[in-house]
Write a protein that binds this ligand. Sequence first.
Ligand SMILES: Nc1ncnc2c1ncn2[C@@H]1O[C@H](COP(=O)(O)OP(=O)(O)OP(=O)(O)O)[C@@H](O)[C@H]1O
Ligand SMILES: [Mg+2]
Length: 505
Amino acid sequence: MNKKDNFIQDINNGYASKGDNIILGGALLDGEAIAEAHVKIPLKTLNRHGLIAGATGTGKTKTIQVFSEQLSNAGIPVLMMDIKGDFSGIAKEGKEEGFITERHAKINIPYNVASFPVELMSLSKQNGVRLRATVSEFGPVLFSRILDLNDTQAGVVAVIFKYCDDNNMPLLDLKDIKKVINYITEEGKNEISANYGKISTATTGTILRKIIELEQQGGDLFFGELSFEIDDLMRIDENGKGYVNIIRLTDIQDKPKLFSTFMLSLLAEIYQQMPEKGDVSQPELVIFIDEAHLIFNEASKALLEQIETIVKLIRSKGVGIYFVTQNPMDVPSGVLAQLGLKIQHALRAFTANDRQAIKKTADNYPTSQYYKTDELLTNLGIGEALVTALNEKGIPTPLVATMMRAPMSRMDVLTTDEIEAINSKSKLVKKYAEEIDRESAYEILNKKIADAVQANAEQEQQAPTKSSKADPSTTSVVTKSVLKVVTSATFIRGVFGVLSKIFKK
Ligand SMILES: Nc1ncnc2c1ncn2[C@@H]1O[C@H](COP(=O)(O)OP(=O)(O)OP(=O)(O)O)[C@@H](O)[C@H]1O
Ligand SMILES: [Mg+2]
């Protein structure tokens, strides 16, 4: 057999699957598309996560589009973190142009145009389904982590949550938690120190400052009701196509803290809400995180460990996470090691650093008798990528240079009118549009303070000289009670409470 026949046989054997699969494109040998060898990814291993990397303009976003279309067709819902806002076109049919016809002739895959069911979602006031969560749901552990608090400060946050819990005061938005902090350092100082230990005003000051920082990053829009229900991400339309849920994040590109918080809370909630799946024939949900370096760059070591853990665990719930970034080195090695599918578009070798990164990237791929991986990494054309996946037995498939198929939907964004049309028809937009501000910590404490002021005035009228000084014996040692609160199992609650259990391991 000659080299080409060997290649066809190796690829077809390597990418054969018993169950359903999706076809990403056609295999390339010596720069030429081989019509007889398609690159197929088994649905069964899509919960094993993945990476889509490559220099700017090499085709990453189109690859996610192609990937999402195939998933949607297979009845698998998709969640897309759309940082650049260039993904909405998937809701409309594409247009067959010359370069597409040519590409599809080369890879020998028929081309059709198609559109897909889309929900547009947003963390802010941008049009779309409003995504929100309450502070209580976040739980003290995650809330402290997003504020980057040290152990002492986190201990105080734990006391605050416990105090609100004990007094049936829901913490819905940031206004609530700010009010509680003010209360426990002023009017409620004695009450708190008697029951929970003394709290330093320097610590509460720092916490308040950090909450305000978060607020300025748009956190005030995110925290509140109605909180988002994960089931709403799992919808299938009347034709059996999975919904493509696009979270438009164009307005938080420069707010990495809010972005990483949101990501982690969402992953944690998905983990918590979804039942254990075991061995499944296809995933329940596939998540794409575009510009993933934004989460990793600013993340503290603790946050990175959390991401690593949740990525590891969420697989068993039938959820696949795909990180999309320019340089594979952007993804921490602990996460990288867990990614089953790798789609590597071209890298550029401008500097010595670039060349080193290319060398490292090449070393991370299975060796191939057909390719010089490091050379190929810089020579791949636009819309071409080096692919390796996991077969149904969980073994890495042979490395294959792939000419990706073209998206069936529009390779451009929607117009404002088109976006409005989608949103006005969406049931979810209506469901989450209403801003609810039911009675929570803020209102309850204000009432308590007002009542106290009135009672004091009445008391002073009757006995004007009596001073009220706190009994020093009731002021317990702060660290002791803080510790007790942090470790109390009942206290770690709410949908994100699960994090604390996971991360203590
Ligand atoms: N699979 C494909 N089929 C047809 N054309 C493609 C394909 N992939 C990429 N292209 C072409 O290349 C262009 C750039 O692709 P894309 O926007 O996906 O790049 P990118 O890697 O996401 O870039 P950036 O890093 O700037 O976001 C597309 O607008 C399209 O014209
Ligand atoms: Mg892109």
